[in-house]
Design a protein. Structure first.
Length: 415
């Protein structure tokens, strides 16, 4: 008997009660994941890119409850999950923000992801996590046996994505994990607002960072914590928007990744919550009209001369806080290069480490503050870091754009 046969005939557990809603069973594994493709739409059947309606947690009979998320549709929970599988760190960030840090049992690559998360978390009491406490999901693929080892109550991953990027994962495997272990609850393609794989395109819905966060908060039944975080965000966002200079006075900005002597450019203002920490600032995108943009063409790279032709006022290095890149060293490389040294951003010392696209509510607050200081230091205060630091820099209390203690209180349930 192989492993799949053994698991598919496993003795039912209490999780047999935790099912997808009846609206998505029958005729296919997932609602919105049929064999036919169709136009993308949001939760309110609007066109792709429109804002979705915030989700609600519905209490059912016998104290069970349901939360709705595309592409799963309605997911029913018997009780609040105590153990949660996650691949992408923004789901872990949501769990931390809503007071369920200890539930997270895995990440795709714990060492790298925890490095970027703790860069921010070190500034908040009660937020830091340890990679040693987490199982690595990715190891030359995704092993289904890991799911049985973790025995998680919920799996924060989009099954459409798992079957598209992990070899040997079929829809039968997705259903097996759901039936024998626990439900799936994840939406991958909202992050970059990209098209799901064929078979998952019909009725696939897109969410903002806060709409997705609200649904994860619903899984943990943490509506009050969500509302508290949302309030902090609205206050910070309002403060930023109210103080922006006229558009004509805003800088041109180039978002890049630098490696092997070339620049991978990214668009700043395309949809998806991966750029949610950049769009509010209304800057001029140095690569807005470029056909050589990494978002559109994975081979699209710029050499020094092409970068100089764009010549943005500010250069933001994407994922510069992840541990993958030493932005201080990259800045020195540009300064020492005959063409790189001519870049306006290099000459004016405006090459910065930028944030991660894997952001939940907590990381998002920090990344908004960080970006505000990098783009508009005369308004929001100087960014006091050079890209070599391991933790978010210490910012004087009167120069902070949000209250660290208030956020810590929300995480720790003291609000």
């Amino acid at each position: 008997m192989n492993d799949e046969d053994e698991h598919s005939t496993a003795t039912p557990t209490r999780r047999d009660y935790v099912k997808y809603g009846s609206a998505i069973i029958g005729g296919g594994l997932l609602s919105g994941c049929s064999e036919e493709s169709g136009p993308e739409s949001s939760a309110t059947q609007t066109t792709a890119g429109d804002t979705t309606t915030p989700g609600e947690t519905t209490t059912l009979e016998d104290d069970s409850y349901s939360v709705t998320l595309s592409p799963m549709d309605e997911v029913i929970f018997e009780e609040v999950p105590e153990t949660a599988y996650a691949y992408s760190p923004h789901y872990a960030d949501m769990a931390v923000a809503f007071g369920h840090r200890d539930a997270i049992a895995s990440l795709g690559s714990p060492d790298a992801y925890v490095t970027s998360m703790n860069y921010y978390y070190d500034a908040i009491d009660g937020a830091s996590i340890e990679s040693d406490d987490l199982r690595a999901v990715w190891s030359d693929g995704v092993d289904k046996e890991l799911f049985y080892d973790l025995d998680a109550d919920v799996h924060f991953q989009d099954p459409c994505w798992l079957t598209s990027f992990a070899q040997n994962w079929e829809q039968e495997d997705i259903e097996e994990v759901r039936e024998n272990i626990g439900p799936w609850f994840g939406n991958r393609y909202s992050r970059e607002h990209t098209q799901p794989p064929e078979g998952c395109r019909e009725d696939y819905r897109y969410y903002t960072l806060w709409e997705l966060s609200e649904r994860v908060a619903g899984v943990f039944r943490e509506g009050r914590r969500f509302e508290a975080f949302r309030s902090e965000y609205e206050e910070l966002y309002g403060r930023i928007r109210a103080n922006l200079p006229p558009e004509s006075e805003r800088p041109t900005v180039g978002l890049i990744v630098f490696s092997d002597g070339t620049f991978r450019p990214y668009k700043l203002n395309n949809p998806g919550f991966a750029k949610a920490h950049l769009r509010p600032f209304g800057v001029q995108d140095a690569f807005a009209d470029s056909d050589q943009t990494y978002d559109e063409n994975e081979d699209g790279r710029l050499d020094y001369e092409a970068m100089l032709a764009a010549n943005p006022d500010v250069i933001l290095h994407s994922q510069g806080i992840s541990g993958f890149f030493d932005v201080a060293a990259i800045r020195k490389t540009l300064e020492d290069h005959s063409v790189g040294s001519e870049l306006t951003a290099v000459q004016n010392d405006r090459v910065y480490s930028s944030g991660t696209p894997f952001q939940g509510p907590l990381v998002h607050l920090f990344q908004l503050e960080m970006t505000a200081k990098q783009l508009y230091p005369d308004i929001f205060g100087e960014w006091p870091a050079d890209g070599s630091e391991d933790s978010y820099p210490e910012i004087p209390v009167d120069e902070r754009l949000f209250d660290r203690e208030r956020v810590a209180n929300i995480i720790n349930g003291e609000f």
